[in-house]
Design a protein around this ligand. Structure first.
Ligand SMILES: [Zn+2]
Length: 196
C-alpha cells in the first residue's frame, strides 16, 4: 500500500469511527448548528470537532443524475459524540437519509424504544445522550469507544485519534504515531464489527 492509499484509508477509517461512535444524529444546517452551540455549549461541556465530511447516500429513484448528498459534522456533548447531518445536494429525500442512518448506524435511546435521531428543535438532554446505545451490539459500541479513548501521546499529551497515524499491527495491538512529534504509541486492537 503506498502512502496516498494509506492516507485515504485512514481518512475513511476516521469518518467511519466518528459515525459509529455517534450516540445521536441531529438534523441541523450550519446556522442551526451554530445556534445549538451557542445555547448548549456551557451546560453540555461542548467540544467542537472541526472535521466533517459529505457523502452521497443514494439516488432519487435510482437515477445517478439525482444524487442525495449529505454533510456530516460532529461535536461532543456531555463527553459523547453527536452527529449533525444536513442534505446539501439539489435533490433531497429526508426519508432516505433517516433510513440510511437507521440501517448503518442504528442507535436508540429510552431503553432502546426510540431512534436517536432528532431535529434541531428537539436537542437531546443529558439522560437521552447517556442512555443512547447502538442496537447492533452494545459491547461493540463500547469497545470502539474504548479503542478511541486509548490514544494518548506521552510526549505532547494529545489524545484524539485524528492526531495519530496508523503504522502497523503487532501481537498485542496496533502501533500508531503522533502526527505532531512522531512518538509511537501502542493502542488496543480496533474492534471488528463481525465479531459481535
Ligand atoms: Zn505527540
Amino acid at each position: 500500500m503506498n502512502k496516498t492509499e494509506n492516507q485515504i484509508d485512514q481518512y475513511a477509517d476516521e469518518k467511519e469511527m466518528k459515525m459509529k461512535t455517534s450516540v445521536f444524529f441531529i438534523e441541523a444546517n450550519s446556522y442551526e448548528q451554530l445556534m445549538l452551540w451557542k445555547e448548549f455549549k456551557k451546560e453540555t461541556n461542548w467540544e467542537e470537532d472541526g472535521c466533517g465530511f459529505t457523502q452521497v447516500i443514494g439516488f432519487i429513484g435510482g437515477d445517478e443524475n439525482m444524487p442525495v448528498n449529505v454533510s456530516f459534522f460532529f461535536a461532543k456533548v456531555w463527553g459523547k459524540r453527536i452527529c449533525f447531518f444536513d442534505v446539501c445536494s439539489r435533490f433531497s429525500d429526508s426519508e432516505m437519509v433517516m433510513e440510511w442512518i437507521k440501517k448503518n448506524y442504528p442507535v436508540k435511546y429510552d431503553n432502546l424504544q426510540r431512534w436517536a435521531i432528532k431535529n434541531a428543535m428537539n436537542f437531546p438532554n443529558e439522560s437521552d445522550v447517556t442512555d443512547a446505545k447502538n442496537i447492533i451490539g452494545k459491547n461493540y459500541f463500547d469497545d470502539l469507544e474504548k479503542w478511541e479513548n486509548s490514544f494518548y501521546c506521552n510526549e505532547c499529551g494529545c489524545d484524539k485519534i485524528t492526531d495519530f497515524a496508523y503504522d502497523r499491527t503487532v501481537s498485542n495491538g496496533e502501533v500508531w504515531h503522533c502526527k505532531h512529534c512522531k512518538t509511537e504509541t501502542n493502542v488496543s486492537d480496533k474492534p471488528n464489527e463481525d465479531n459481535y
